[in-house]
Design a binder for this molecule. Structure first.
Ligand SMILES: [Zn+2]
Length: 642
């Protein structure tokens, strides 16, 4: 069954977990990131992102600006774009805010003033490499930056009705349309993103050409001869001088997309591409494209995804590697990649409403995506390891990316504003609807409104509690489809206090309840929150002989701040994990889990014939998303069995 995402305005969070996250983004993350983008915070790494736009605007006004005045990554504009998008969703989620809108409008004015007569806009090329536009599609990120700004424009227009940025981005999209539909028809972006963004621009404006261009980029990708190989031969100029040998897997361009069988290459590029593919497949009814999306979905979720919903097994190329290669300590699992996996899951869900997609969206969000941000909203992980040892992680040459603590900002700052925009628009991922049905895909405390105006309130302590109660705030004829997650081994469902036989109403991971609902009607779902051990497929060498622990959707980890050294711990899997009461003073309020196990004594020599002495112990676990919030600590998700 097909569905559409709801608009961000249709969901309002309350004091729930989702609401507290959105409040943190509004009160801390958005102002903090504005400070960084404007280089107003003395302790943070220099961004220069807004200054680059100011320089471009001054240059377009005729000032002489030296190329070296540009500072930062070639895709520095995209950090600003994601911040605008996050701020726009914040205006929708928690109310209009004059000061914030003035800040956004100020940046929009700068950005617009940097636009060329033909619609092209990009601060790097305007200031640093004029005349080089569209020459390095593989790495120059022009369509990537433009795509992010299209997403920001659509969100800001939705939030305020202000058209200026939307009009700027339509002119940019028109410029790209001219370039790639008429002049360079074989070209497409090395970093996919603009495909999914053009679909948003298409929906915001009704302009079909934007969808046509998105489909064109997808259809051209990987056609022989390979565009990027040809470009490399003909160009003689590149933004990444001395870059590694051209690897077409890196850009998902080795084969046409409909022939691709495995998720390969740069993980963020991959899931952004697949999201655009799934969106175009849905809008155009293209079954071959949808089939390709299913194949790639299975490649990721059956063989190349971490238990935390992280993807990308290596920092070399920030990439997927091969099936079942999921090392825990040299992992990449970029925050952006898990957010991109949520986007892909959401678009697959809109094509076919299967609970499997929601389950993965939830896994990626509550574990890797959330772990990307410090609980106080001011520090961020780019890379999300499942095992860190201080002194090794971030230090050994093989572990330089896998930091044991979150830094404040990054020279390459894609992840921090990405998590902000994801949280600020969480309602969009929590619900979907079509003509007849409202789907509850995630369990978000707050009130959702259907397109026809019926409000339904959700009260829940999820992800820390398994009771989810929906109350209709008005009468409505509709099907209410509540997700029944695959991880819940005993789920109870009731309507107005009367038990409903799940088997009679469940299909593809959703319970479909159709009736004439009255104001005050309730639907209650009770999910199985028993903490459980998780075992990996034996082909995952890194997890061999180890177990992870989950409670509901949350994956847990052990930290040395609770346990002392973590590496010598061995779990007794004969004793089931035990959840403790919710500790509201711990890590913003979490349910700790305890395991029985033993601690091995550290050996006298590196190698010895003597088995280690073992002392019984209790192992204390916390949710993975909250790790690295109490100082430097050893951390492990997968623990060896005793
Ligand atoms: Zn990132």
């Amino acid at each position: 069954m097909k569905s559409d995402r709801i608009s961000a305005a249709q969901f309002a969070a309350d004091g729930s977990f989702a609401g507290r996250l959105q409040k943190l983004v509004r009160d801390v993350v958005v102002p903090y990131q504005y400070g960084i983008l404007n280089d107003a915070l003395p302790d943070a790494e220099k961004s220069h992102a807004v200054e680059n736009m100011r320089l471009a605007a001054r240059k377009m006004a005729g000032e002489d600006i030296p190329p070296e005045a540009f500072y930062g990554m070639i895709f520095q504009d995209s950090d600003v774009a994601k911040w605008i998008e996050a701020a726009a969703y914040t205006l929708i989620a928690t109310g209009r805010d004059e000061k914030l809108e003035r800040e956004i409008d100020g940046i929009v004015d700068l950005y617009a003033a940097g636009q060329h007569a033909d619609g092209y806009v990009n601060s790097y090329f305007t200031v640093k490499a004029p005349g080089r536009e569209w020459q390095d599609l593989r790495e120059a990120h022009e369509l990537y930056c433009g795509g992010h700004m299209m997403e920001a424009a659509a969100a800001y227009y939705e939030a305020t009705g202000k058209r200026k940025l939307l009009d700027v981005m339509c002119r940019f999209a028109d410029c790209a349309y001219e370039e790639f539909m008429h002049r360079n028809t074989r070209g497409y972006p090395g970093h996919p993103e603009v495909e999914l963004a053009l679909m948003k621009l298409f929906r915001a404006t009704g302009e079909k050409r934007y969808m046509e261009l998105a489909k064109h980029f997808i259809d051209m990708r990987g056609q022989a001869p390979n565009y990027f190989v040809e470009e490399e031969k003909n160009r003689g100029w590149s933004v990444w001088r001395g870059s590694a040998e051209l690897d077409t897997d890196y850009t998902q361009s080795t084969l046409p997309v409909r022939e691709q069988k495995d998720a390969v290459g740069h993980a963020v590029r991959a899931v952004y591409l697949y999201t655009g593919m799934a969106d175009v497949a849905k809008e155009t009814g293209d079954e071959t494209l949808l089939a390709a999306c299913r194949t790639l979905w299975e490649s990721i979720t059956r063989r190349r995804m971490y238990v935390t919903g992280g993807i990308g097994s290596t920092g070399i190329g920030e990439a997927f590697t091969v099936d079942y290669h999921l090392p825990n300590d040299t992992v990449y699992a970029e925050t952006c990649a898990s957010i991109g996996l949520m986007f892909f899951a959401k678009k697959m869900l809109e094509n076919e409403h299967w609970g499997e997609y929601s389950d993965v969206m939830e896994r990626a969000f509550y574990n890797t995506a959330l772990a990307g941000m410090q609980l106080d909203g001011t520090k961020f992980f780019y890379v999300n390891p499942l095992e860190v040892v201080p002194g090794v992680s971030g230090v050994a040459v093989t572990h330089l990316d896998d930091l044991p603590e979150r830094p404040g900002w990054y020279a390459c700052a894609c992840c921090p504003p990405n998590i902000a925009r994801c949280v600020a628009s969480l309602g969009v991922y929590g619900y979907s609807e079509n003509e007849t049905t409202l789907f509850a895909d995630l369990y978000l405390g707050g009130t959702v409104k259907t397109a026809k105006g019926t409000a339904i309130r959700c009260e829940t302590a999820f992800p820390h509690g398994g009771a989810v109660r929906y109350t209709f705030c008005g009468a409505a004829d509709l099907t209410f489809a509540v997700r029944v997650p695959a991880w819940s081994r005993k789920t109870a469902l009731s309507v107005n206090g009367e038990a409903v036989e799940l088997r009679a109403v469940e299909k593809d991971g959703y319970a479909y309840l159709t009736r004439r609902w009255q104001e005050g009607d309730t639907v209650e779902l009770t999910l199985d929150m028993t903490p459980r051990f998780v075992y990996a497929d034996p082909r995952v060498a890194a997890d061999s002989g180890k177990v992870a622990v989950r409670m509901g959707a949350l994956i847990y980890c052990a930290e040395s701040v609770d346990n002392g050294e973590v590496l010598p711990l061995r779990v007794d899997t004969g004793v089931p994990p035990r959840s403790l009461p919710l500790d509201s003073a711990l890590l913003g309020g979490v349910v700790p889990v305890e395991l029985s196990g033993v601690r091995e004594e550290t050996a006298q020599a590196l190698y010895t014939d003597e088995p280690p002495k073992r002392t019984p112990c209790t192992i204390r676990m916390i949710p993975y998303y909250a790790w690295a919030n109490r100082g430097l600590s050893e951390m492990r998700v997968w623990l060896p069995e005793a």
